[in-house]
Design a protein around this ligand. Sequence first.
Ligand code: NAD
Length: 319
Amino acid sequence: MRIVPEALIAGLVSPEDAFAAVEAVFAAMARGDAYNFPVVREALGEGRQYGFKSGLDRAGASLGVKAGGYFPGNAARGMINHQSSVFLFDPESGRPLAIVGGNLLTALRTAAASAISIDRLARADAKVLGIVGAGHQAGFQLRAAARVRRFDRVIAWNLHPEMLPKLGAIAAELGLPFEAVDLPRMIGADVIITITSSPAFSLALAHVSAGVHLACMGTDTVGKQEVEPALVAAASVFTDEVAQSVTIGEAQHAVGSGLITAASIVPLGDVVIGKHPGRRSADEITLFDGTGVGLQDLAVAGVAVARAAERGLGTVLDV
Ligand code: NAD
């Protein structure tokens, strides 16, 4: 068994690797070669969440689990709020293969998922990127989005405006003008990424224009919400996994209030393998409900372990 600690991940897995690995696993899910096991998620009190995301990918020969959660007090102690580790097993024998630091991998695979949705669903001529949220994940989202469309500026809103300059610095690094705006100004965005831990929606139908693509990435638990249900109902909804979308994703609210049905939600993998055409017109609102599936974690952890093995990195233990 190989241990690949958090500190090695940045040198082993690039955003491009994450994009390719996550796209391949979405395709495997759409073909029925890979599936996620039910998510376990428990509230530990004081806003802490802990759980397990796991799955089996027969095509990619991976089996495993990500254990971890969200610990909102961490930022004040100089740590990121998400803490996780990925455990990989041999799908044939069940033997443990690897323990991999999961923090950077989570950010990379989450940003990859929204970038894949932008790549596949946003209008080709998208110029203005809107971001709702400015926490740890937001910068990864911005960088990944900038790889798939030639944006010419970024507009952003955050409940806590003092967090926005950090995101602005990343936009500057990418050569993109950055402006902090009120939510109604999101009407000028061609693509909007939402990446907050909000318990109630901020972005409303009245805040967006026809033809926008939304990547809703923050809602990954019962009770979180970023987008008005009427906006979800006005959109063509895509997701990483329908079962998660309707239970822990953004669609939980629109489905729960009867505005849309689970049957109307399309796995993004169907678009990747050509089973669904994706966007059908320039005026269509498309919305990706990115809930974060265990198979994404296993896919990027698999890349990390393969690279570490090639380079003789990490610690190998006999277990
Ligand atoms: P963070 O704690 O670093 O930042 C939280 C963000 O939410 C900040 O922008 C903050 O201002 C905002 N926020 C907090 N309370 C709010 C409220 N009441 N209304 C509106 N905004 C509010 O968190 P992060 O690591 O950036 O993660 C953001 C979200 O993304 C979390 O909900 C996290 O669970 C989720 N997430 C999802 C996936 C996925 O695969 N879908 C993966 C990782 C994280």
